[in-house]
Ligand binder design. Sequence first.
Ligand code: AMP
Ligand code: GLY
Length: 423
Amino acid sequence: MLNILIIGSGGREHALAWKIAQSPNCGKLYAMPGNPGIEEITECVKNISIDDNKAIIDFAKNQQIDLVVIGPEAPLVNGLVDDLTAANIKTFGPTKSAAQIEGSKIFAKNLMKKYNIPTATYEIFDNVNKACGYIKAAGAPIVVKADGLAAGKGVIVAQNVDEAINAVFEVMEQKSFGEAGNKIVVEEFMDGEEVSLLAFTDGKTIVPMIASQDHKRVNDGDEGLNTGGMGAYAPAPIMTEEILKAAEEKILKPIISAMSNEGINYKGCLYAGLMIVNGEPKVVEFNARFGDPETQVVLPLLKSDLIDIMLACVDGTLADQKIEWFNDSAVCVVLASGGYPKSYKKNFEIDGISKAKALDTLIFHAGTNKVDGKILTSGGRVLGVVAKAENIKSAVDKAYKGVEVIHFENMHFRKDIAHRALK
Ligand code: AMP
Ligand code: GLY
């Protein structure tokens, strides 16, 4: 039996806790800080900040934690894996230097260029005038990206040159993403369909999970502002066997060996955000962690024991690990606070969660708070309603039946999750 600590508090971490808790090898399970949904499964540790590496190490030692699993990117970039590993505590996730693949767009793009990994062509700028000159010459559509972490908001897909130039001023001069915008990447616009390919890796072997698709825009028909993700489904039919093979051979295996060549041993989950352009996968971005809400649909399809897989990633034995999937489909509809991703009100009471669960859905908490026994909204993305069924259509129907019985004031959700798979 292994004692496990999960770091994070969103829907992704709830899905990780849900899956890990099912393992016969799971001893005591903790989440830090967790959320009210996770609290129904296991103990949440709220008095330690997830930026406090020293306090986390002390906790892990005191509670005899055998494996730490890190959800969000910030603790990865903050070196939590390095510090836990140095303290002899096994940790699932990449080290600080490996997490640069997400933490610095310039690092990721230069690595892809050096090792011929398909991605949009680009230039790097630390000077506003030079960036604007380049944009005027290149024309639009064109994409402007802040180099550093910007909570998923540092990317501007500009439809015309003025919009791109405004983006350069906002990012580099007005510092709308702080230091993350000291340097920018300006890159070619890729026209295609996006797909998320998460993969387990031990630094030598890389095994893709079932491909999924996120819905980043806030409104139906992929309109409105970009969000953290309004829903997801898996498997994504756009990922044919042929494209998957190309993604493994031209992207996943090369990026792992590229990092290894550069002296970086990447272990954990690698998230490849891909654009399928004329039947060929190209990299939009890499993330150093599981996707949110992709994890909420991928893990319900995983038949194998997640603890075994994670340990194999940490121990470098992934090649010997059998990873099996259910032949089903899963859909996640995110219930958000009206107004998100801009400002929104919170502390509205949520009802109907048990009713939805009785309809055979999984409810993953993302932005909730428990006060006097009541579950209240506390974030932009509040809940993920997940259903599993024999095909996407049935999973969509089942998820929306669950959505129908949940209510809170100003609740907003997309009514067209998985539309690309259904067309
Ligand atoms: P990222 O934060 O890198 O995931 O970018 C956010 C979103 O911007 C992506 O999910 C894409 O929809 C879009 N995007 C980023 N780069 C490009 C590109 N080169 N071409 C087209 N769309 C892009
Ligand atoms: N769903 C997008 C992300 O996790 O980055």
